[in-house]
Design a protein around this ligand. Structure first.
Ligand SMILES: [Zn+2]
Length: 381
């Protein structure tokens, strides 16, 4: 184990009815003006919007609405939200949605209190913003674990860049598996695969052979696969939804990341693919993972074999990766570039640009060259 300090700032309320039970007391702790932030309006159809508005009104809050936060939230949208928060003197931000809404709000919160551009602060001055406007998250689409960390994945369209901007930690997160029931099938499976990817990317970083964090990550990998299968059989299985929701959140609390390094090379490739194509994060990962793992199989044979034994009951590294590929297919997730929704045609030229601009990870089983990343991407065509 490497040395570490672990502390956690986000309180999690899990279970059916958690918002009605706990939001009133949470809201009492913060000021009068609350930004109610959400995405494209699905919460207006499934009743969650009305429930939130009612809870805020009964708590005596003045509501400032900020809607239309898109999947793969843009930097421009975060700046728009920050300007509104400043102008209206917002005291608290309630992010109601999935990872995109929550991530956008983390940046809105930090940027609203900052006298300079947050991207320039982090990427040109190598600094982090001070505490922003307090915020809380009500999760309506599970998978990213965004509700329990300060990292926001943002697409900076003008720069053709997608990556992490560090904003504000949510003070609390409400996880009600009921809220995820109206999420469309493909989106629910994509979210669950993102969560599985997080656990695998953590597990495949450098660690001691008997590292506790590895064992915890493996338990979550196994549980995620089991519950994705249950959800495939019955999309209304609330127990499976709840398990997946907690798998996703727990993985991003950072508890499995202590005492070791992480990989996240598949994520870095996907982020850059997303910057060029605007494809779904979970679906991009589903396409990339098997091809990436076939390339690094020999560099982490023992680890892959353990992963396969735990998640798929297979024997050996090769069998583990092929079982993962079969599982992705069985879930109906995309397995080729051509199956991804994309705003541009995915050509070898686009993939070359993705390979030439994505981050290279030094803490995975092996550091890839840009040519090898291009090869991996081309194998997904
Ligand atoms: Zn992810």
């Amino acid at each position: 184990m490497e040395r570490f300090t672990y502390t956690y700032p986000t309180k999690v309320y899990f279970g059916q009815g958690a918002a009605a039970e706990h939001l009133p007391a949470e809201l009492e702790r913060f000021g009068k003006t609350v930004m109610l932030a959400y995405g494209g309006g699905s919460i207006r159809k499934n009743g969650i919007y009305d429930e939130m508005k009612d809870l805020l009104t009964r708590a005596g809050k003045e509501i400032v609405e900020f809607s239309g936060i898109m999947p793969n939230p843009t930097y421009a949208k975060a700046l728009e939200g920050a300007a509104l928060a400043r102008e209206r003197g917002v005291d608290f931000i309630l992010a109601v949605g999935g990872g995109s809404v929550i991530d956008c709000c983390k940046v809105i919160s930090a940027q609203a209190h900052l006298g300079e551009d947050i991207w320039e602060l982090e990427y040109l001055k190598n600094d982090l913003p001070p505490q922003g406007i307090p915020m809380g998250a009500v999760v309506t689409a599970s998978g990213t674990g965004a509700e329990v960390n300060s990292e926001a994945v943002i697409t900076y369209e003008e720069k053709l860049w997608k990556g992490s901007v560090y904003g504000t930690f949510p003070s609390f997160a409400v996880l009600d598996p009921n809220y995820t029931l109206s999420v469309p099938r493909m989106q629910a499976l994509s979210g669950a695969f993102d969560s599985l990817s997080h656990a695998m990317e953590i597990y495949l970083g450098h660690s001691d052979a008997d590292n506790l964090s590895d064992d915890l990550a493996l338990a979550v990998i196994q549980n995620t696969v089991v519950n994705m299968r249950r959800m495939l059989a019955d999309m209304g299985d609330i127990q499976a939804r709840g398990n997946l929701m907690w798998d996703s959140t727990l993985t991003e609390t950072g508890i499995f990341k202590v005492g070791r390094s992480t990989d996240f090379q598949a994520h870095h490739i996907e982020h850059q693919l997303g910057a060029y194509t605007d494809c779904s994060h979970g679906q991009g990962l589903a396409v990339i993972h098997p091809a990436y793992y076939r390339h690094i199989l020999k560099d982490a044979e023992e680890k892959f074999a353990r992963l396969g034994r735990a998640a798929f009951g297979t024997d050996g590294a090769q069998a583990a990766v092929e079982a993962l590929a079969d599982f992705i297919k069985a879930c109906g997730l995309p397995t080729r570039m051509g199956q991804l929704r994309s705003r541009v045609e995915i050509t070898p030229q686009v993939l070359r640009q993705v390979a030439d601009t994505c981050n290279l990870v030094e803490t995975g089983p092996r550091t890839l060259s840009r040519d090898e990343i291009y090869e991996i991407l081309m194998e997904c065509m």
